[in-house]
Design a binder for this molecule. Structure first.
Ligand code: 5AD
Ligand code: SF4
Length: 508
């Protein structure tokens, strides 16, 4: 920990926690609130790389203890949970499936919308009872919410029974944070407002042995005006290609069938390298050669999606032609105030290029409705863009103001009933289009990566197509973990039913 980071960590006396004090004093020098001005100035310093190892003195810390991590939010968070689980296991802890018998509970939080935050505060309310029953239990809050000053203050005031708060840049510090929490009766707050180095060799306890996530970069420099991520996740830092390739090779050797390359804005991969010109296209070209049947990546930003990447993806094979390409709005004027840095026309042009190079490509997207000032006409432009592109599906959201972002200062002048009505109309279109697309599968044969028994019926197996469609079908359990050929017999509202026609092991 350097001096600056040391200043940004603190402990709070529990007797103070219970009083009605203004806790901001603790953070005047020790914690920096999100600042667009500061954040925009960042990016000049060189990214440093470091390796992770469990400090000798902490080995065995978790002997006879169990941990439980509840994860909220995106795949990046899910994967962070895998890393933290890996660290816990390396410390000697065992995982448990419920809070009842856990000795350490972590809430890995999401800050993207207000309702995500409310869920966490609700959960903290429930966990208070457990903490009262078992004072020895350690309770921690980590993830994106911990990076927000207002959240840290609220936990200190309203939930003083929490033992640890640590940020997204402090995950590799988990052994130290746990140690501090055991040693002192004070709340441990370790939130580095500035991103640290890119840490390699992090242990990972992956969920399952069929599909795996691989981080290729951290952070986001796009600063879309509504989005909290550039503040909670810091500036863009890419992992070195050789580290990523090594990790993917290792996963292939372990028998994983599918990997998803992860980043908040994966198309910006490599932009921070000072010693070479190397982008996502180059990385995909390398990974394409590895003997792993399925490779995905998420999330793409339309602005940085370049021709070289399209050219590489068009090679097909293990590079899947399902692209998640958030558009957010179909109106150039709204996109401008969102600071998305592309127009309706340039988005459609990108879609045209993708479809030209990959005629069977499926596209999915994210859309926000009810952004400040969004008019009926502008919303209609989103609807018409959706119809034009014919996305396979979409995640749709009502705009949620996030403190510290530029949009939060704009007048949120679209009434809630209007936002809800727009969301409903959009969702109806999304559902109708998805159903139509699913119907086209009837009678066709698709490759399905079999993940296991279906949720509702253990007699039936379930898996995903290359385009991420869920397929249910009857087949022997030996098919689990394999890619098999399935003939689609029926399209349901969200899923497909089929019959396995051939059990195959995919060869690259
Ligand atoms: N309000 C609503 N939706 C948001 N998203 C990001 N920030 C907000 C916000 N403040 C959505 C975007 C993004 C997805 C992950 O979440 O659509 O692509
Ligand atoms: Fe947020 Fe994505 Fe925009 Fe980055 S690119 S600011 S993560 S919406």
């Amino acid at each position: 920990m350097n001096e600056q980071q040391r200043k940004e960590s603190t402990q709070v006396n529990p007797s103070d926690k219970k009083s009605e004090k203004d806790y901001s004093q603790y953070f005047q020098t020790v914690y920096m609130p999100p600042s667009l001005k500061d954040a925009k100035k960042r990016g000049k310093e060189e990214v440093k790389y470091d390796g992770f190892a469990i400090p000798e003195q902490f080995r065995g810390m978790g002997q006879d203890k169990k941990f439980y991590i509840r994860t909220y939010g995106c795949q990046m968070n899910e994967h962070d949970t895998e890393v933290m689980a890996g660290i816990f296991m390396a410390l000697g802890y065992e995982p448990t499936n419920g809070v009842e018998d856990a000795d350490v509970i972590l809430l890995n939080t999401c800050a993207i919308r207000e309702n995500a935050e409310n869920k966490v505060f609700g959960e903290l309310g429930h966990l208070k009872t457990l903490k009262k029953q078992r004072p020895g239990l350690l309770l921690g809050v980590c993830g994106c919410m911990s990076q927000e000053e207002s959240v840290v203050n609220r936990i200190l005031k309203v939930h003083p029974f929490v033992d640890m708060i640590f940020g997204t840049h402090n995950i590799h510090r988990l052994p130290h944070i746990l140690n501090e929490a055991y040693m002192s009766k004070e709340m441990v707050v370790e939130v580095w407002s500035k991103e640290g180095d890119v840490i390699e060799n992090l242990p990972k306890q992956r969920k399952g042995n069929i599909k795996a996530w691989v981080n290729i970069m951290y952070g986001c420099d796009k600063f879309c005006t509504y989005c909290i991520v550039p503040y909670t996740r810091g500036k863009e830092r890419s992992r070195r290609p050789e580290e990523i390739v090594q990790e993917v090779r290792h996963l292939a050797a372990q028998g994983y069938k599918e990997i998803t390359l992860l980043g908040q804005n994966v198309n910006a991969y490599g932009k921070d390298f000072e010693d070479m010109e190397y982008g996502l296209g180059d990385l995909m070209e390398e990974i394409h050669k590895i003997d792993i049947p399925r490779i995905r990546f998420t999330t793409s930003h339309p602005r940085d999606f370049d021709d070289h990447l399209i050219e590489v993806l068009a090679k097909g094979g293990n590079l899947l032609d399902h692209i998640h390409l958030p558009v957010q709005s179909g109106s150039t004027d709204v996109l401008k105030i969102m600071a998305r840095k592309y127009s309706r026309e340039s988005y459609l042009e990108l879609v045209r290029k993708i479809k030209e190079a990959m005629p069977n490509a499926s596209l999915t997207t994210d859309i926000i409705v009810g952004f400040p000032n969004e008019t009926d006409e502008q919303f209609e432009e989103t609807m018409s863009l959706y119809r034009e592109v014919e996305f396979d599906s979409a995640y749709t959201f009502i705009y949620s103001p996030r403190e510290g972002t530029p949009a939060a200062k704009m007048e949120d002048n679209v009434p809630m009933e209007v936002k809800k009505e727009r969301l409903q109309r959009l969702n109806a279109l999304v559902n109708e289009t998805s159903a139509k697309k699913l119907k086209e599968y009837e009678g066709k044969v698709v490759d399905v990566l079999v993940e296991g028994e279906s949720k509702n019926n253990p007699e039936v197996l379930a898996g995903y197509t290359e385009k991420s469609k869920l397929v249910n079908f009857r087949a022997p359990k030996t098919a689990i973990g394999q890619i098999v050929k399935v003939k689609i017999t029926k399209a349901k509202t969200w899923t497909l039913d089929g019959e396995m026609i051939e059990e195959t092991v995919e060869v690259n």
